[in-house]
Structure formats: structure tokens, C-alpha cells
Design a binder for this molecule. Sequence first.
Ligand SMILES: Cc1cc2nc3c(=O)[nH]c(=O)nc-3n(C[C@H](O)[C@H](O)[C@H](O)COP(=O)(O)O)c2cc1C
Length: 351
Amino acid sequence: MSTTTLAMSFLRRLDPERAHNLTVWALARGLGPLDGGSDDPVLACQYFGYDFSNPIGVAAGFDKDARAYAGLLRMGFGFTEIGTVTPLPQVGNPKPRLFRLPRDGAVINRMGFNNQGMEAAAGRLINRDVGGIVGVNIGKNKETEDAAVDYEACAERLAPFADYIVINVSSPNTPGLRALQDADVLTRLITVVRAAAERSRKGAPPPLLVKIAPDLTSGDKQDIAAMALEQAVDGLIISNTTIERPDSLQEPASTEPGGLSGAPLFALSTAVLGDMYKLTEGRITLIGAGGVSSGADAYAKIRAGASLVQLYSAMALKGPGLVRNVKTGLSERLKADGFARVTDAVGVAFR
Ligand SMILES: Cc1cc2nc3c(=O)[nH]c(=O)nc-3n(C[C@H](O)[C@H](O)[C@H](O)COP(=O)(O)O)c2cc1C
């Protein structure tokens, strides 16, 4: 039995939040697994002015406080995203607030942006000594009334260390957050965040992305797509967790309030991704997230319009060896379908 398999069977016995904290602790100390192999050249791609050796990234929420990004990159991810970071530290919702649904291949969380705040994140990013692409996902403190003030503060403080910034307006666990997806409200947020990032990066702000929920009406999607094109946002991340509970769920924990992620989110988030690809006419870089646990899943996201892919829940359920399997499965599928570069497969489902 490998050390990683042993560690996973130990972690699965622990309360999910403790297991997660222990994993982050280990990664922060360089104790995580290393990806020995190099990436297949078919997976190399360029977005936002960066070279990605593969398009598979870690979704936000895993490394909320920027402790583990170096370990995650060493595990073989092509990029990672810290956060969601808020201006002030906050404890989040009462525990328990993280639930595994193993038979459903799913997770439910209602963490509520527990994080140590932007100063702590800045302190860990400032001495970044690893290469690799690290995005910064920002949000608001629970008690803040004017959300724009918080997004502005985070952008100003963290833009100098961010390879890209994500405006997260889609977590279901902060009251009122998803209402910020209204196109007019979002336009104001983007303007404020962009100006703050420009100031603190002296005129050269990092790429700006918006992360959206899967639970949107067709009107919402149309408005967000039009806004994204008008505001020339650099990318959209599709999607966050869902508040829906598909009938297929078997685990008793499926009735817990919060956001559902993992396998039962795959179809819904991929459908929204495809809708947004069509509505933005392929003119905006899309990052597909939601239920990816294999090369086939990643390939389906790419065919539906994702240029890059992120995952979280599958790693929590299956362990870190997953990233190598996803990359291998993806390159096999690309080659079998005659694609020389992963970029050539983006959106082919609609061509
Ligand atoms: C425990 C947990 C915490 C999360 N926290 C955040 C967060 O802080 N910010 C965010 O934008 N997304 C957060 N997410 C959502 C993920 O980034 C991702 O969008 C979603 O889980 C779908 O991907 P998956 O099915 O691969 O997990 C969280 C997800 C989980 C499971």
C-alpha cells in the first residue's frame, strides 16, 4: 500500500473538516505527494498571458489562507486559486459545516468564508518563491453592508501578488452574496475592483474573472454574458456549488443546508458552462468547475467551452493521486480524437 493510499484511508476516518485541515497542514510543510512525471505537451496552453503546462487547477476554498499553494502546484496542478479571502478574518458558520456524501460522490459545505483575512493571505503570498500560476479569489465579510468596499479593499491589497483575481459572487453561504450577480451590481463591483487593482499594480492590473453560480435563470445568464462582454472581463468561472438537491442523492447528509459539489453538480454546471460559451460566443476565457473527477469529465468541460478546468470535491473524496489520472485521461482522449493541442478542443461540442 502506498503512503498516499494509507494517508487517505486515515483521513477518511476523520471528521471532514479536521481531515481537510490536516491535509492543508501537510501540504504547507512540503509533505504532500510530488508529481514525478512531466506534462504531456498536448496539455500545454496559454491564457491571460501565462503558459499553463496543463489546464487542470485547484478550485477556490481548498486553500483559503494561501498556505498550500506551493504544495498543490508540486502535486501536478497547472494552476491554483487561493481564497475566498475577505478583508477581515472571520470564523465562518458554526461546525459541523462540511459533509461528505461518499455514495453520491459529493460534498456539502456551508463554511461561510472562514478565513484569516487579507493581511494573512498577503503575508504568505509576498515571499512566494515557487513558479506556477496562483489566482486570488475575493469576497466580502458577512457583516459588511456595502459589498463593493470589501471587494475593493481585497483587490487593492492582494492584486500585487495575484496572477489573476476572481470576484466571487456565487457562494451560497454568505447571506445576500449571490444577489451581487445582478448585472448592474456586478458592473459596479468590476469597475471598483479593476480601479483598485490598477492603482496597486501601477497601471498593470492582473486579469479579472467573475465566478458564478449554477443556479441561474436564462435571463440571468443572458445579462451576465452581455455584461461580461461589455466590461471585457478576462474570464468567468462556472460554477460554484449548487443549492439544488437532485433526486438521485442517496446519503442522509444530502438534506444538510449549504452548497452541493462533486458528481451531482457535473451535469448542471456543464450545462451552464455551455450556455455561457454560446452566449459569449467563445470570446471570453471560461474556467469549468463542478464534479470533475476524471479525464473524461475534464474533456467534457473543455468540449463544452472551458479553456481551463478546476476541481475540489473529487480530490477530497479520492485523494491527491487524482490529478495525474485526470491529466493522463485527458491527454489520451484528446489524442484519440485527433487534437494536437488541448486548446483546439475548446467548445467543439458547439461547432
Ligand atoms: C468545502 C468547500 C469550500 C469551498 N469554498 C469556496 C470558496 O471559499 N470560494 C469559492 O469561490 N468557491 C468555494 N467552493 C466551491 C469550489 O471552488 C467549486 O466551485 C465547487 O466545489 C465545484 O467544484 P467541485 O465539484 O470539483 O468541488 C468550495 C467548495 C467546497 C467543497
